[in-house]
Ligand binder design. Structure first.
Ligand code: CO
Ligand code: CO
Length: 304
């Protein structure tokens, strides 16, 4: 049995494999077009995390026919289609079921050369860890649901969550990296733990270096803490050593569940600056070195 990767890879020939994944969820923003774009960017992300190119998709839709206006669904699907168009992905069809709660996402098929597959568990001691999007979408979505989020905060998370991880994926393939994983529902620490489980390495993450949405702190302090954050943090508590001097906010946001989060990349130290420069030059501005892979502390994360 192989380890859990972000997406399933099936080798067709020595030079060609398909990458498949499915993801769908309930709205996390109020605008249906934005939601459609976010759901698609999120669903494609697992293919990008492995270094693949998504090519076709099927819509997966749950819709409350009796309580919601059909025009809302049309806007969700339009947003999704616009994002697929941007990604060069062809929509082949889909399926809708009547359900009390709106949900949308995709089943995605991509291609990859088997030798180019980037695994999530192959980080090496000395690698730099790079994160390509800010954290805090869970906290800010909670504030949106409570009617508490500012327009500025909403615009910032929507811009980030609708951004494809495609550029980051292409740049990491170009530079050559050791491992990659996208950061989604289990939060940065949850996915970082998955990267090192059953390996011989540990991680060090510098909390103050991690890119965050500026409004996350204020909303966290007002109690806008998603249930998923607490569950994620508690689930991994035996694998993480926090610097006790860190404020709770900085510890907790590392477990904030992300939607359409960035890529967490382990890159050889000697290539880290090149990767970072190329990411910034190609528009992946938030990309930041947030820590490193270490030979000691096997299977554990030290947050400094
Ligand atoms: Co993933
Ligand atoms: Co996924």
């Amino acid at each position: 049995m192989e380890r859990a990767e972000d997406a399933g890879v099936f080798k067709l020939t020595d030079d060609l494999a398909i990458v498949q994944t499915v993801d769908f969820f309930t709205p996390i923003v109020d605008d249906p077009f934005d939601f459609g774009q976010i759901a698609v960017a999120n669903a494609l992300s697992d293919v990008y995390a492995m270094g693949g190119t998504p090519i076709t998709a099927l819509n997966v839709v749950c819709f409350p026919n009796s309580t919601m206006d059909l025009s809302i669904l049309h806007k969700v699907l339009e947003g999704g289609l616009a994002k697929m168009h941007e990604a060069g992905v062809i929509l082949l069809g889909g399926h809708t079921v009547d359900d009390p709660e709106l949900k949308y996402g995709l089943a995605v098929t991509g291609t990859i050369r088997p030798k180019d597959v980037i695994h999530n568990s192959t980080a090496r001691p000395g690698d730099a860890l790079i994160l390509t999007k800010p954290l805090g979408t869970g906290i800010i979505s909670t504030a949106i649901k409570a009617g508490f989020a500012s327009k500025q905060a909403i615009d910032a998370v929507v811009k980030s969550m609708t951004a494809l991880n495609r550029t980051a994926s292409q740049v990491m393939l170009e530079v050559g990296v050791n491992a990659c994983k996208d950061v989604t529902g289990f939060g940065l620490l949850g996915h970082a733990c998955e990267m090192i489980e059953d390996t011989t390495v540990g991680l060090e993450i510098e909390a103050a270096a991690v890119p965050l949405f500026p409004q996350a702190r204020e909303y966290y302090d007002t109690g806008m803490v998603p249930g998923g954050l607490t569950r994620n943090r508690d689930y991994r508590k035996n694998q993480v050593d926090y610097n006790p001097a860190l404020p709770n906010f900085l510890k907790d946001i590392l477990s904030d569940p992300q939607t359409s989060g960035g890529l967490l990349i382990a890159v050889p130290q000697g290539k880290a600056q090149t990767l970072l420069k190329k990411l910034h030059a190609k528009g992946v501005k938030p990309a930041t070195i947030i820590g490193k892979v270490v030979a000691e502390n096997k299977g554990r994360i030290k947050v400094t």
